[in-house]
Design a binder for this molecule. Structure first.
Ligand code: ADP
Ligand code: ZN
Ligand code: ZN
Length: 780
């Protein structure tokens, strides 16, 4: 037999499968040790076959040893990896890296534990084996014997890692074992208080004692010296979330019940759960999950990075307790491995996590739920060479179901639902009694300019803030993450310079002092006055969170201001900390980016100010309008979560824009009907698939040569497929790297043909053999 083996590496050139001869019992998904070059490496068997070309047979080596006796990645995950490699034109390493266990493959160890003891001879034999040994260290006869016991259910395997993770040690206090009442004589009142406290609590951390009593370390030190109490170190289990979950049983309303029934009964793989914020989608997820696990199935619940709030985790842990593993990007390597191991060892049947959790190695996975399915963090981009929804659908095809939940589904998702490719379920009302949708006002910032108000806040917003502060209610001021956009707009009339052919705003390139369309590549000089109204107030648009913070502090010196953005929330627990601050009403004005748009559910927030609604409207991307609608609707949903009436103020330079209008009313279907027509007209997805091909190099000439050569090769290698190809677009240099790209649009049904064609182009052009050029293909 021959095995094709994948060996992790970072070089494109050697990123292929290697064939070895196998004699032992081995299955795809097992780790093997092989002689590779001059050293030994751990690889994973991806497939087995009986035939190999005679010609090269004598060059083949034998596998050194098999490290597992059952696969560590399942067949369906291997298939998924191979599919990703094909679909996204990436190498084996890129395709398999999200699928492999976190950390170092070489360091995963399999241990044996005894479930119940056998009788007779078997017991004797078992006792003579050191079962604490790692599986790899056993002899062949020992391994065979262990397998036999396992088949009979006497022992089981667990996975362990040799990643050295230091246990977290905390100082604890307790009454000393040598405690003598006479030592209590003559201690101060404060010391007595500390002693009694520790005695009462029996076992409490030093920090908790100090915090509870509001004391310094000194009285504790004295008590220790007198041998009344003693201090010791206690290991705290790394638990990514705190354990205090409120479980509340809710009886589902009619809409929710109908949705659940329809998702369970549909024969379609994908269901879209379209329900406005607060309509009870999460309750539906919880219910679906419990139905699946009742039948012995497993569930993955994906949430966007910033959607994985303590609230969300609490709700799942509250309902399902220890059966839930949580995976988010701020986990340390050790924590991440701990969570992964719980899945591998069958200790949990639900995973709540960010996008990479779509690959967790459940064996009986029946459902993948994707919350806020429109979120851009799920989409294919530079650092994520796969589309999470697409991967989920592929993983569940023939095996289970995918549920996409959103208040503002992506145009593409809704399109498929309307075309009946997906099962559509709707929740049209807020679930909680007495919770109203907020009242929304649009403020025309051009009028403010005319009235001489050049502040970032309109008079309306300023007044509303004043009122809320007086009533001790909380305010969220929202700004787009893409703080300093490069589009050019007119502050007098709101006009934004767009490309004549693509209807997409052009980007200003400082070095060339020209506007460039990132889709088709056409350029224009920077106008001196607004082409629409002649005003001189035409300039680059942009306000940052810091500027907003300064302004608020100037206007309302008494207000407690909290700024939440990428800069202030990089540390591991800071999001949770912010969350607590807002919840406990220790901040009056919360200024934030995308982070405040999701999962924030506070009843005391009654005003949301969208400082510059236009910002994302003009990002040069065909999805800009849909993102703006999603953002505004989402942020607006933060106001008036409970009985207090909420208010939303949207500041804009283009109040007549359809998107701003639809965002203000929050009517998704109206917005969809409008936007889908635009997509059809300008041939954007879902009517086409859009692919960007980018060449980058330190050498400017080489970039251009390769771009042209590639395009030429395309005309030879891709025939019979109708392609819409744009001009070359030269991107601004970043860190001295030259970049040139072009995009291709193709009818969706021809995507497969195009991908196959591109494979031939890459092969025949031999671009991957040129170390000086880097090729990047983006699926948009
Ligand atoms: P979504 O996920 O759609 O934003 P949630 O599931 O978070 O909605 O529900 C919003 C609020 O309504 C939560 O506080 C939740 O506890 C409550 N809720 C959900 N379903 C019901 C129901 N059937 N009856 C009463 N309250 C509900
Ligand atoms: Zn103008
Ligand atoms: Zn254009």
């Amino acid at each position: 037999m021959f095995a094709d083996i994948f060996i992790e590496n970072n070089f494109q050139k050697i990123d292929k499968l290697y064939t070895y001869i196998v004699k032992d019992d081995v299955k795809p998904g097992m780790r093997v040790l092989v002689n590779f070059g001059n050293s030994y490496r751990v690889g994973i068997v991806l497939s087995l076959h009986a035939n190999y070309s005679e010609k090269y047979l004598d060059k083949l080596k034998e596998i050194h040893s098999v490290l597992d006796d059952e696969p560590i990645i399942s067949r369906d995950l291997i298939e998924l990896g191979l599919w990703m490699k094909d679909r996204y034109l990436i190498g084996y390493s890129k395709a398999f890296s999200p699928i492999l266990p976190p950390g170092n493959l070489q360091k995963i160890k399999k241990k044996i534990i005894v479930e119940k003891y056998p009788h007779g001879k078997d017991l004797e034999k078992l006792n003579s084996i050191d079962i604490n040994k790692y599986f790899e260290d056993l002899s062949e006869t020992e391994k065979k014997f262990i397998k036999k016991l396992r088949a009979k259910g006497f022992i089981k395997y667990i996975y362990d890692s040799l990643v050295m993770v230091k246990p977290k040690l905390v100082n604890y206090l307790k009454v000393s074992e040598n405690f003598a009442p006479k030592n209590l004589e003559g201690i101060s009142e404060k010391q007595a208080q500390v002693f009694n406290f520790v005695k009462e609590k029996k076992d409490i951390s030093r920090v908790d004692v100090m915090a509870s009593l509001g004391i310094s370390y000194s009285p504790i030190k004295t008590l220790i010296k007198k041998d009344l109490i003693c201090e010791y170190k206690k290991e705290i289990k790394r638990e990514p979330v705190e354990k205090n979950f409120a479980t509340q049983k809710i009886s589902l309303n009619e809409e929710q019940q109908k949705a659940i029934k329809s998702i369970i009964e549909t024969d379609k793989v994908v269901s879209l759960l379209h329900g406005l914020t607060g309509s009870g989608k999460t309750e539906v997820y919880l219910n679906l999950a419990s139905k699946v696990i009742e039948k012995g199935g497993e569930v993955i619940v994906l949430v966007p990075e910033i959607g994985l709030t303590p609230q969300m985790i609490d709700r799942f842990k509250g309902r399902f307790g220890d059966k839930v593993a949580v995976i988010h990007s701020k986990l340390s390597q050790g924590e991440r491995y701990d969570e992964y191991r719980k899945v591998l060892n069958g200790e949990v049947n639900i995973v709540v996590g960010v996008r990479s959790a779509v690959f967790v190695p459940f064996k009986n996975l029946k459902m993948i739920i994707i919350d806020e399915s429109h979120d851009s963090s799920y989409e294919f981009h530079d650092n994520l060479k796969y589309d999470t929804i697409e991967v989920a659908i592929n993983r569940m095809k023939h095996r289970g179901k995918v549920v996409l939940g959103s208040a503002t589904p992506s145009i593409e998702t809704y399109f498929y639902a309307k075309k009946n490719f997906y099962n559509l379920c709707e929740l049209k009302n807020r679930a909680k009694k007495g919770a109203y949708l907020p009242e929304t006002k649009v403020v025309d910032m051009r009028d403010e300019l005319i009235m001489g108000n050049i502040s970032i806040f309109s008079r309306e917003l300023k007044k509303a803030m004043e009122e809320k502060l007086k009533k001790k209610e909380q305010i969220i001021l929202f700004l787009n993450r893409r703080g300093f956009s490069n589009f050019i707009s007119c502050r007098s009339c709101g006009e934004v310079i767009k490309c004549d052919d693509c209807d997409i705003s052009m980007t200003y390139h400082k070095t060339k002092n020209r506007l460039i369309c990132h889709y088709c590549g056409s350029t224009k000089p920077l106008p001196k006055v607004c082409p629409s109204c002649g005003s001189k107030f035409i300039k680059q648009f942009g306000v940052g969170t810091q500027k907003v913070e300064e302004e608020v502090k100037k206007l309302f010196p008494e207000a407690r201001v909290l700024r939440m953005d990428r800069d202030t929330t990089t540390k591991k627990d800071s999001f949770d900390k912010f969350y607590e601050i807002v919840k406990n009403r220790k901040a009056d004005v919360i200024i934030g980016t995308q982070m405040v748009s999701k999962g924030f559910d506070f009843e005391n927030v009654t005003l949301v100010g969208i400082v510059a609604a236009d910002m994302s409207l003009y990002v040069s991307d065909y999805k800009a309008k849909e993102r703006t609608f999603q953002l505004i609707t989402q942020v607006s949903g933060r106001a008036g979560r409970a009985s207090k009436k909420g208010e939303v103020i949207i500041q804009t330079y283009s109040p007549d824009s359809e998107i701003i209008k639809y965002s203000a009313t929050g009517d998704y279907v109206d917005f969809y009907d409008y936007e889908i027509e635009e997509r059809k007209l300008f041939l954007y997805p879902p009517y086409t698939k859009l692919i960007e091909i980018e060449f980058s190099s330190y050498d400017e000439k080489l970039t251009q040569i390769w771009a042209e050569r590639f395009l030429h090769q395309m005309s030879t290698d891709i025939k019979n497929v109708e392609l819409m190809v744009t001009k070359f677009i030269k991107m601004p240099k970043i860190k001295n790297i030259n970049r040139t790209k072009f995009s291709i649009k193709v009818k969706p049904k021809n995507l497969v043909l195009l991908i196959d064609g591109l494979k031939r182009v890459i092969n025949n052009s031999k671009i991957e053999e040129d170390n000086k050029i880097f090729l990047n293909i983006d699926f948009r």
